[in-house]
Design a protein around this ligand. Structure first.
Ligand code: SAH
Ligand code: SF4
Length: 317
């Protein structure tokens, strides 16, 4: 994919989640996590910011909810974003598992990329990380549905999870190859004290090792899947101030600068020590250009930066 980097302005729309993944700080049962939902105006303002700053794309992420209030609200927001941007902004969603109808409704409203991590492609490991309502086969079904509806489909895993072996990680890469993903979002697992997995923190690899292992995973995946989009995740930046740049240097090509209003950032602590809680958005952009130049990469503005892999697959159809 060369040295070009594409941006997706990240909008962390809400931390309200109906699920209870054992690793995640915004799991529904974490009562210490004060719930928020961004106002429509705030979402549109963030989208406008992305547009005015030539980001090319946005990504909307939130806790998982499948009630009609929520799914309809997302549809309405997608329509409004399309309206204010004249369809110029590419839109990625990361809103968890949904029905085929909802995936289609959002697709028709203008979203065209979807990130749904498999989290761990090994069934046993998956079951240790999730309560019983989180079913591995449903996850796979959802990934297939997303493809069927027409999205560019992204998945990924957390690296350095408790009980995760090197074989598991190798299999994760083979899994991504076998389901022929278009995009990957992969990051180190970072423990959070208000989650059930916290009690296993002593069996974790040191954070530095998890970070380096993630770099290796990105590099290997890039060799194996040359034309997909790979995200340099915020979790990489959490473990190393230059984590995203290092990820870009070894093969990632997407960065998701956070456009969530500052007042909500404390509420979206999926893991501990998440960076940029106070950082102003404009500073991020200028700093990012400079630090990417140091690893020989440059940001491409005003472009969606879609997955080349997706385009190639559809060409041969
Ligand atoms: N609810 C949606 C999107 C928000 S969560 C979903 O689950 O798909 C986005 C990602 O955050 C998850 O896919 C997971 O891989 C990651 N995540 C959650 N807790 C984490 C942790 N403790 N360390 C690192 N990544 C984590
Ligand atoms: Fe909810 Fe996503 Fe966190 Fe799971 S990972 S608890 S679905 S926000």
């Amino acid at each position: 994919v060369g040295n070009n980097v594409y941006l997706r302005g990240l909008i962390e729309y809400s931390n309200n989640c109906s699920k209870n993944c054992f690793y995640c700080g915004i799991r529904g049962d974490n009562e210490l996590n004060v719930k928020y939902v961004m106002d429509d105006d705030e979402v549109l303002e963030a989208a406008k910011f992305a547009l005015d700053n030539d980001f090319g794309s946005i990504a909307i992420q939130a806790g998982e909810r499948s009630d009609r209030n929520f799914t309809k609200k997302i549809t309405d927001l997608l329509h409004k974003i399309r309206e204010i941007s004249g369809g110029e902004l590419g839109i990625t969603l990361s809103l968890g598992e949904q029905s085929e109808e909802v995936f289609k409704e959002w697709f028709d409203a203008g979203a065209h990329r979807y990130l749904l991590r498999i989290e761990a492609s090994d069934k046993d490991l998956y079951s240790k990380l999730h309560p019983k309502d989180h079913i591995y086969d449903d996850r796979i079904k959802n990934l297939k549905l997303l493809r069927k509806v027409g999205y560019q489909v992204g998945t990924g895993v957390m690296v350095g999870l408790p009980w995760q072996s090197y074989e598991n990680l190798a299999d994760d890469i083979l899994f991504m190859k076998s389901i022929d993903i278009d995009m990957c979002g992969m990051g180190p697992y970072i423990e959070h004290r208000d989650t059930p997995l916290w009690e296993h923190k002593d069996i974790l690899k040191p954070q530095k090792e998890r970070f380096e292992l993630t770099l290796k995973m990105i590099a290997l995946l890039r060799i194996i899947m040359k034309d997909i989009n790979i995200v340099a995740s915020t979790a990489m930046q959490t473990l190393d101030p230059h984590g995203r740049e290092k990820a870009i240097a070894v093969g990632a090509n997407i960065i998701m600068p956070n456009l969530t209003p500052l007042k909500y950032r404390e509420g979206y602590l999926i893991y501990e020590n998440k960076p940029n809680l106070n950082e102003e958005i404009v500073e991020t952009k200028i700093a990012l250009e400079k630090s990417l130049a140091q690893v020989g990469a440059q940001i491409v503005y005003k472009k969606w930066g879609d997955s080349k892999h997706f385009k190639e697959r559809n060409k041969t159809k």
